[in-house]
Write a protein that binds this ligand. Sequence first.
Ligand code: FAQ
Length: 331
Amino acid sequence: MYAQLVETGSTRLRKLDELSGDERRFQERIDAGIKIEPKDWMPEGYRKTLIRQISQHAHSEIVGQLPEGNWITRAPTLKRKAILLAKVQDEAGHGLYLYSAAETLGVSRDQMIDDLHSGKAKYSSIFNYPTLSWADIGAIGWLVDGSAIVNQIPLCRCSYGPYARAMVRVCKEESFHQRQGFDIMMALCRGTPEQKAMAQDALNRWWWPCLMMFGPSDAESVNSAQSAQWGIKLFSNDELRQKMVDQTVPQAEYLGLTIPDPDLKWNEEKGHYDYGAIEWAEFYNVVKGNGPCNRDRLKARVDAHENGAWFRDALLAYADKQAQRSTAAAA
Ligand code: FAQ
């Protein structure tokens, strides 16, 4: 099974008149667009669902530093290196806001990190693909951050206050990331034929994994119905995926690149692009831990945690010493 299947307390969605007491008042607040705050009453399933999603989102930001971090020392100019360094650092910041938002729901950071390192908690499938050329850094900014924005703009209006507020700042930064990626792609597409070919190759490899980032099709999305009722998800996986395709096709045309999908076609009647079938077997394989880089990514995180133990110990020892000194001074 590819889903953790967090127990949300019900096997089917219940209508307002089937809810009682606190649950009903809670749902009415959500339906009225009132944000839920950490000290408010909430159903246990809502709390668990948010911990699952926010912690996975945080892990994605943290693991998501690795593919791009791979190119910091090899960026082609000092300016590109400084921009990439700032971008990767932003992703670390996003992870930290998100861990803090999840902590407001009563889970500890140590627990979340243990769940990532033991393989219990997921992170986005997209970060299990390798970055083979500099053009991949352009493609990640353009397509991965581009997809992240499409998914995250609605989260700025989700029902849980701390998550929604964290997303506002994250989205502003993701917007800069998307532009820097498109700028790299533009430079390559206006460059030599070899550079343009490198950009096309990156698009070929990142396009389909980016469409998979939005999660399984609506028919297969086990968490969507309940998350929609609770105002966590405002649009379905397929709706957001379609939005990404519609906004990206003209950008690829502007770059003079070809999206690697022979079935991609404007559908006049629907007012959207039709696109080809997604290889869901590949998605599920990556989510189960068998993608090209899953093992390397997890090992890099576990190693970083273990190698940083001395620093955490030193911080705690310093805090203890300060506490002892202030107790002694007060005595
Ligand atoms: N990868 O029922 P649904 C970024 C899992 S941030 C792995 O549809 P849900 C910034 C899903 O967890 C990217 N697993 O689930 C950046 C569930 O399993 P579970 C991360 C996936 O939660 C850029 C199962 O499949 N963004 O890119 C994926 O309602 C560049 C069934 O799926 C977020 O996390 C996947 N792609 O909808 C950083 C946004 N998709 O948990 C560095 C917040 C689905 O029951 C560099 N999250 N699964 O065991 C969301 O919006 C939602 O959680 C979805 C999934 C839409 C991802």
